[in-house]
Design a protein around this ligand. Structure first.
Ligand code: ATP
Length: 239
């Protein structure tokens, strides 16, 4: 069942990003107007170089646009100081990247604890590992886990502080299909059970079927927005 609440989480207006390297200007984003609402699962779909990562990094406060405005609820990120952006990221945003960035010398549980120790209302690390079905591997080190399991630890780490938004940049990009599906199931479960507003960026059109809404990017512009009448479970996907 699709339950979408109506509260606005992100609003962007005319977001433009130009990277300048010497005399060369790369227009990564060319005027993005987008709203994400509370509890929504959105897929940002586009070919390599279409601007997906740039947009996600701007939403998550890791990067700032050249022009345009970005609001997180009532906070204008584009008018926020670097310190305020750090606070925003720390409190409200969980990031998942293609490569898991776990600390090799720490167990799964300790990797999650890195976040729970500095968060104000965190989950128990084991509860976060249970959300991704890895509670039994809590005392294993990253080298003892498969790529998909390491990615699930990274997801547990991202959600353990109970962020309002989960931003995932090609979370299955380094995984085979079956492993990717288990990772996507974990992300869908978090969206469904915790109500975490979730954005997944991918070049893989098959993943779109899981989303409430699919926003296609092409050459730094939104080239299409599609609302799915019903969502597929990750297990139904194939690519
Ligand atoms: N730091 C940077 N400096 C210069 N150009 C950049 C930088 N980051 C991205 N770009 C350029 O901006 C454009 C958009 O890049 P972006 O990484 O957002 O695309 P993407 O859709 O996420 O691609 P991919 O799927 O390959 O990761 C590309 O042309 C890229 O080369």
């Amino acid at each position: 069942m699709n339950v979408i609440k109506t509260g606005s989480v992100f609003r962007t207006k005319g977001v433009t990003k130009v990277y300048e390297m010497g005399d060369v200007k790369v227009h990564a984003l060319r005027g993005i107007d987008l709203e994400l609402v509370e509890g929504e699962f959105i897929v940002l779909l586009g070919a390599s170089g279409s601007g997906k990562s740039t947009l996600l990094n701007i939403l998550g406060g890791l990067d700032t646009p050249t022009a345009g405005s970005v609001f997180y609820q009532d906070q204008e990120l584009t008018a926020s100081s670097p310190a305020a952006l750090t606070q925003f990221r720390r409190k409200h945003v969980g990031f998942v990247f293609q490569f898991y960035n776990l600390i090799p010398s720490l167990t799964a549980r300790e990797n999650v604890e890195l976040v729970t120790e500095i968060a104000s209302n965190p989950m128990d690390p084991l509860e976060a590992l249970e959300m991704v079905k890895l509670q039994e591997r809590a005392n294993h080190f990253p080298a003892q886990l498969s790529g998909g399991e390491q990615q699930r630890v990274a997801i547990a780490r991202a959600i353990a502080k109970r962020p309002q938004v989960l931003l995932c940049d090609e979370p299955t990009g380094a995984l085979d299909v079956q492993t990717g599906i288990v990772v996507l199931e974990a992300i869908a479960r978090i969206n469904r059970e915790l109500g975490t507003t979730t954005a997944v960026i991918t070049h893989n059109a098959a993943i779109s079927a899981m989303a409430d809404r699919v926003v296609s990017l092409s050459d730094g512009q939104i080239s299409g927005v599609k609302t799915n009448a019903s969502k597929s479970g990750a297990a139904e996907l194939s690519w």
